[in-house]
Design a protein around this ligand. Structure first.
Ligand code: HEM
Length: 233
């Protein structure tokens, strides 16, 4: 389907073979529309990355989603569901929130391991902290004033000096998640050196033996939680 809006032509592609052709053979030409705060914050995550970077990350992550590995994680899924529903008998439950929590805990535990869920950001678990951050980031990124600023000056950079109080709080929250995540990954690195088992997701990136991937591992987790939150709920 072809639609023209003002000077721009939009083409909706529905044929699966054509979609495959565009997204695989021409992946380096795809530019994703991304208004979300902050530039330099989360664009390495699969949802926002593009071109060769996306292809490389997608290759690493796809390898972790084959049937054999998913089957090994089955027990984590059952465990999380059992844990989250055990005290709900006779209570009113917000099924959407429960779905988000179960989906989120499964993502955190399978990608980052059980030890990570024991970390606390104040009184928040890593999942609560990340979901609070994602929800606040989404609503701030949709504010008319912010959108106007993007239109006039481009996306707000993470190290910008011109942030509102709320934006600065969000930046600090993201930097805190990244810093706690980086410490955790360094600990996993040491565990691996001692010959202990670490989560496949972290191991796949550590095998690349490149410190610059540490930030990407955390960005992938945040993006997975963001992309999976409403859909799972
Ligand atoms: C019914 C459930 C779901 C639906 C309908 C759905 C839909 C989609 C769609 C349409 C995209 C493409 C978006 C784009 O490229 O702009 C996408 C990408 C993505 N989704 Fe989902 N999703 C679902 C569940 C999930 C869950 C549970 C997770 C994480 C746990 C997740 C993580 C992702 C990620 C990481 C991407 C980016 C993939 C890439 O670009 O390579 N999704 N999803």
């Amino acid at each position: 389907m072809i639609v023209a809006v003002f000077q721009t032509v939009y083409i909706l592609v529905c044929d699966p073979e054509l979609i495959r052709h565009i997204t695989t053979d021409f992946s380096k030409n795809i530019v994703k529309w991304n208004l979300i705060m902050f530039e330099g914050g989360l664009e390495k995550g699969l949802l926002f990355s593009h071109g060769e970077h996306w292809k490389k990350s997608r290759g690493i992550i796809s390898n972790l989603f084959h049937f054999g590995l998913l089957k090994e994680r089955e027990h984590t899924m059952y465990e999380v569901v059992r844990r989250e529903i055990k005290d709900l008998e006779g209570k009113d439950v917000d099924l959407f929130k429960l779905g988000c929590k179960i989906g989120g805990e499964i993502v955190v535990e399978t990608l980052f391991g059980k030890d990570f869920t024991n970390i606390r950001f104040g009184s928040n678990t890593p999942l609560e902290e990340t979901q609070l951050f994602i929800n606040a980031l989404n609503s701030e990124s949709l504010r008319p004033l912010y959108l106007l600023r993007v239109l006039l000056f481009g996306r707000v950079k993470i190290d910008s000096k011109w942030l509102t109080k709320r934006q600065a709080q969000l930046r600090d929250q993201l930097l805190r998640i990244k810093s706690v995540g980086a410490d955790y990954i360094h600990d996993q690195q040491k565990k691996k050196e001692r010959g202990e088992v670490i989560p496949d997701f972290i191991e796949a990136y550590l095998k690349l033996n490149d410190e610059s991937y540490i930030d990407e591992i955390i960005q992938q987790l945040v993006i997975f939680l963001g992309a999976g939150q409403d859909t799972t709920g």
